[in-house]
Design a protein around this ligand. Structure first.
Ligand code: BGC
Length: 773
């Protein structure tokens, strides 16, 4: 745990330069706009610990797999999120001395991520070896209005000298991924050009052939007035720059404005991409920095209007939730159905791929409640479009007849993760994709989605489950052997309760969805079953049989479901028995020791009880929670949020709060000692769930009715959150005295609060208050 970042409701603040944590701060202070983004690194040269990272959405590299023993069925590559051209760089040299915060004395340092307005600002005084003191104020953002643009205002003021200062803004495409398997470079240069105060470079990825055009344009102001300058163009391989020499007087501020654009061939024809980059550049330079900043502030204000969660009385909790909401909005905007939400977003390289089960299991509900309905729909359509690849993936493993196994990690629908225990065995991901369809349809009421896309995916996933189980003569039940559940600290187990349950549930839901689509849109249904050769009677009968006869391990005496067969043979002990200094166990124990231990990485049985809570009574949840939570090390970022929601439901308020803080401040406090690799973006959606579903008690019932049962931790004064629901925008405000629901839409909405059904009139004027029981 680290506590060097200041608590503040709207900003992430680093005062004093913490060199030792610089890579952590860079992750936390990342900027993005759904289209491109990067880590909060310095513009000027920095010879200390840093991971310079800039990423362009959807642009990846298939890095050749590196494994010890090749196994049939492994994918050929691991899709790397590609570190792209560095567009932020501005070198500063004063009389042959370079500005480098690693080699000079740093005073009055402050790095601030302003989440309310969407920019990163840094100021400091650098005392160079020569004794020269230079004041710097740098502000930059990735525009969410012009989403191919990023801009920087980099202001320098000599405090105790007059000098010629050389400023070299550049674009550097000679970038390597730190996590490259064979230390190769992934980019080739296509063309480059430089002009007065500007430069453009076009790079192409090896193998995948993505083109990215990056451009920069530089303007200089002294004492607030734009000045002409001499610029010397510089070109090296994959590198373009302009060297600008400026006379700077003591006390005079010189501001360098660096405008940048990043265009990718996902959106432009490679033949004209450079031309388009010029057009984009003209567009933003015409607007200018101040106007762009104003628009950025306005756009963020609009986002916060529908997204914000306000916690009164606990600044650490407030900052945590806003940080999570901010990063999620920076990562994915839902405007492009080809994109998805990588576990690290634009904040780091580790993990590769852009899509995990995290999207469906954790992120979908966030976007469903905070963005236009089409955003969540796009996330589902993304998987629909990849169904063909999921069927191919299953075929490679020996499945047939249209069975689909979605990949554990993917960029384009192909599996690109290669550890057998995950690639082949962590098949529960298929269930989460089916569950997301259910979640979306219930929340949005958009049943037509099933007819248009959903049912086809459900049938394909169900076909997989039907083939993946086998009949056990000994048990006289269906079993599923050789799997890894969500808890990755167990591999190759038989009858993981969660996987068996979600498989049976998918089959059940598919049977229901068939009936629904048949009556809703018989023509589409007929067309679909013909196209995919669905033998309705036979396939549904098999599905029904598996549903009825699926083996679900349990211990009746304890009243708990068993994570897997044989779980009780383990030496059961609580996490508190792990000797001090040995956590996280994944950084201290051998894999063998972890696998044999009872310790659980993340919610597994409890993940099932979370998804399917209506199918279990509260006492069952309590028994399972009491049994499993004490053995859970929460070493996946996805873990604490589920536990927080369940603890809320069980009235274990202290536990819920402890788990909430752990998820909300996971990266801010670097709980798992791994934030330097990037932030845990997907689990941030889990944080939101911990507030809205946990403290807010929000649910949508089988009848489609929205309900809330809010409370908040005892050290809070109030909690207010907004959600969108079927065209309405609602705010739920809970204070010590009452719960108020405001409906900002024009139509009244019927919902239940603390068990009481009410109708809240629209137009934002009606306020219904309750005294909590
Ligand atoms: C978790 C997985 C998750 C992945 C990406 C792993 O540590 O165990 O459940 O999908 O991280 O977030």
């Amino acid at each position: 745990m680290k506590h060097y970042l200041q608590h503040d409701p709207w900003c992430i603040v680093e005062t004093d330069f913490h060199r030792e944590f610089n890579e952590v701060t860079e992750s936390v202070m990342s900027l993005g706009n759904g289209r491109h983004g990067g880590r909060g690194s310095f513009e000027e040269k920095y010879s200390g610990k840093t991971l310079q990272g800039n990423y362009v959405a959807g642009v990846y590299y298939p890095d050749k797999t590196r494994v010890g023993w090749w196994k049939n069925g492994y994918p050929e590559y691991f899709a790397k999120v590609l570190n792209a051209a560095n567009w932020i760089g501005i070198d500063i040299d004063i009389d042959y001395e370079s500005l480098d915060l690693n080699t000079c004395e740093v005073r009055d340092f402050r790095r601030v991520l302003n989440m309310q307005e969407g920019f990163l600002e840094r100021e400091f005084v650098a005392v160079l070896k020569s004794g020269k003191e230079l004041k710097v104020n740098a502000k930059r953002f990735c525009s969410i209005v012009d989403d191919e643009a990023g801009v920087i205002r980099y202001a320098i003021t000599p405090l105790n000298f007059d000098a010629k200062i050389t400023v070299t803004p550049y674009i550097d495409g000679a970038i390597r991924n730190r996590d490259a398997n064979y230390d190769e470079t992934f980019w080739d240069e296509v063309r480059k050009e430089t002009g007065y105060g500007e430069a453009f470079i076009e790079l192409r990825t090896r193998k995948t052939g993505f083109h990215v055009a990056t451009g920069m344009c530089v303007e200089i102001e002294q004492d607030g007035v734009k000045v002409d300058y001499q610029s010397q163009p510089i070109k090296y391989e994959k590198y373009v720059a302009n060297r600008i020499s400026l006379d700077c007087r003591q006390g005079q501020e010189t501001a360098v404005y660096k405008y940048a654009v990043n265009l990718s061939s996902l959106n432009y024809d490679p033949d004209t991409i450079i031309k388009e980059a010029h057009k984009s550049m003209q567009h933003i330079t015409r607007k200018g920095f101040e106007k762009m900043l104003l628009e950025q502030k306005q756009a963020w204000a609009d986002k916060w209007k529908t997204n914000d969660i306000v916690i009164d009385g606990d600044v650490a909790a407030q900052q945590g939730i806003r940080f999570n909401i901010f990063q999620l909005n920076q990562t994915y905007t839902g405007e492009d159905e080809r994109l998805n939400i990588g576990p690290k977003g634009f904040t780091g390289e580790k993990y590769g791929g852009s899509t995990y089960w995290d999207t469906e299991a954790y992120c979908l509900p966030f976007y469903l409640s905070t963005a236009d309905q089409k955003v969540a729909r796009n996330l589902l359509v993304y998987r629909y479009r990849q169904l063909g690849k999921a069927i191919e993936n299953a075929q490679k493993l020996g499945f047939r007849a249209g069975a689909a196994l979605y990949p554990m990690v993917t960029m384009n629908g192909e599996e690109c993760h290669n550890e057998w225990e995950i690639t082949f065995e962590e098949i529960h991901r298929n269930g989460a994709i089916a569950y997301a369809i259910f979640d979306y349809v219930r929340y949005s009421g958009d049943e037509q989605y099933l007819a248009d896309y959903g049912l086809e995916v459900l049938i394909a996933i169900s076909r997989f489950w039907s083939q993946r189980v086998n009949w056990s003569a000994a048990k006289q039940q269906y079993v599923m052997l050789g799997v890894t559940g969500p808890n990755e600290y167990e591999n190759n187990v038989n009858n993981n309760w969660y996987t068996n349950y979600i498989a049976a549930w998918t089959l059940r839901y598919t049977i229901e969805a068939v009936a629904k689509v048949k009556s809703l849109d018989p023509t589409k249904y007929a067309e679909l079953i013909d196209r995919i050769h669905f033998r309705e009677e036979k396939e549904l009968a098999t599905a029904q049989q598996i549903v009825e006869k699926m083996y679900l391990p349990e211990d009746r005496e304890r009243g708990v479901y068993l994570q897997q067969e044989g779980f009780l043979d383990k030496d059961l002990m609580p996490v508190s028995d792990i000797p001090k200094g040995q956590r996280p166990i994944n950084q201290n124990w051998s894999w063998d020791r972890i696998l044999r231990s009872c310790f659980i990485k993340q919610a597994d049985v409890l993940q099932g009880l979370y998804f399917f809570e209506e199918e279990f009574d509260t006492e069952t949840l309590r028994r399972n929670f009491d049994f499993y939570e004490p053995m859970t090390v929460h070493e996946s970022s996805l873990s604490p949020c589920v536990h927080s929601i369940q603890a809320s439901k069980l009235g274990m308020h202290d536990k819920a709060y402890e788990m909430y803080l752990r998820t909300a401040r996971l990266d801010l406090d670097d709980y798992n000692n791994d934030t330097e690799d990037g932030c845990h973006i997907t689990s941030m959606a889990g944080t939101w769930l911990a507030v809205v579903k946990g403290f807010g008690g929000m649910r949508v019932g089988a009848d489609g009715q929205l309900s809330f049962s809010p409370y908040f931790p005892s050290n809070w004064q109030s909690l207010a959150f907004k959600i969108r629901f079927q065209g309405s925008l609602l705010q739920v405000t809970t204070t010590q005295q009452n719960v108020a629901v405001t409906n900002f839409s024009s139509t009244p909405i019927r919902l239940s609060v603390l068990g009481k059904v009410i109708t809240v009139a629209g137009e934002g004027e009606e306020l219904v208050a309750f005294v909590p029981q």
